[in-house]
Design a protein around this ligand. Structure first.
Ligand code: RET
Length: 275
């Protein structure tokens, strides 16, 4: 028999695929990004002004700290104006029913500009702390490298499409973070004692403040970026508060203490300044 061609379109699909669900920035998030941009610009101006009457040889903390808030200003400008962002899509999970695959894709807005910011500013923050504690170049360099690996791991985790990619990079980032704490907080606590009681007290408080604050970042990342349990706006708000504490508040604390406590001075050598 001759095969017949009826032109039938075939069986009609019974499951209509659900379109991707988008999680993206809203009005609150947008406004928050602009407010933090303004605060970072103001802090940069203030820190630059604070170095006005300070001789160059004693300006190292001022320079580093001002660069930190300038970098944050640039990154917040990019994010607030809608740059440095992309969507990361992965199969959605239903957290209530605990079914692994609910059949649609979830696309969440990721501000990768943050990671560019952190890759520059967190090494500079560590440099501030390392100089204060009198940590040698070897340990400072190891801490900075571990820190850059931590931030890049976070960037790769945020762009991952599978749980292995996302949580694998996240775990690598957490291990790197332990190296940072080891090299700066634990090692620094030993070296700082040579600088006297005043600097030891200051370093202990600043390092504790820093590492308590820094530990909040991977926790927020896990809840917001990893598990998608908060809205994009809530994530922006939490990072905004943390960033203001970790950069302008940290900077104010360090620069005012530096002014009041001569022992915080770093022996910067002839390359930095001749006077
Ligand atoms: C990530 C995810 C991977 C694991 C870890 C992280 C830690 C991030 C930290 C960020 C600190 C940022 C600061 C910004 C300054 O304003 C990348 C979230 C451990 C510690 C201090």
């Amino acid at each position: 028999a001759k095969p017949t061609h009826t032109g039938s379109p075939g069986p009609i699909p019974t499951v209509i695929p659900t379109p991707p669900q988008f999680q993206e920035i809203g009005e609150t998030g947008h406004r928050t990004l602009w407010v933090v941009f303004a605060l970072m610009v103001l802090s940069s101006g203030l820190f630059a002004l604070m170095s006005w009457n300070v001789p160059i040889s004693k300006r190292l903390y001022h320079v580093i700290t001002t660069l930190i808030t300038i970098t944050a200003s640039l990154s917040y400008f990019a994010m607030a104006s809608g740059h440095a962002t992309s969507f990361s899509c992965s199969p959605a999970k239903d957290h209530h029913k605990h079914v692994p695959d609910v059949g649609y894709t979830e696309c969440r807005q990721v501000f990768w500009g943050r990671y560019v910011d952190w890759a520059i500013t967190t090494p500079l923050l560590l440099l501030d702390l390392s100089l204060l504690a009198g940590i040698d170049g070897a340990h400072t360099l190891m801490a900075v490298v571990a820190d850059v690996i931590m931030v890049l791991s976070g960037l790769f985790a945020s762009q991952g499409n599978t749980p292995t990619q996302r949580w694998g990079w996240y775990a690598i980032g957490c291990v790197s973070y332990l190296f940072v704490i080891w090299h700066v907080a634990l090692h620094g606590a030993r070296t700082v004692t040579a600088k006297g009681r005043g600097v030891t007290k200051l370093f202990s408080s600043l390092a504790l403040f820093t590492f308590v604050l820094w530990t909040a970042y991977p926790i927020v990342w896990g809840i917001a970026d990893g598990a998608h349990r908060t809205t994009v706006d809530t994530e922006i708000l939490i990072y905004a508060v943390l960033d203001i504490l970790a950069k302008p508040v940290f900077g104010l604390w360090l620069l005012f203490s530096h002014r009041a406590l001569a022992e915080t001075n770093v022996d910067v050598g002839g390359w930095w300044s001749h006077g």
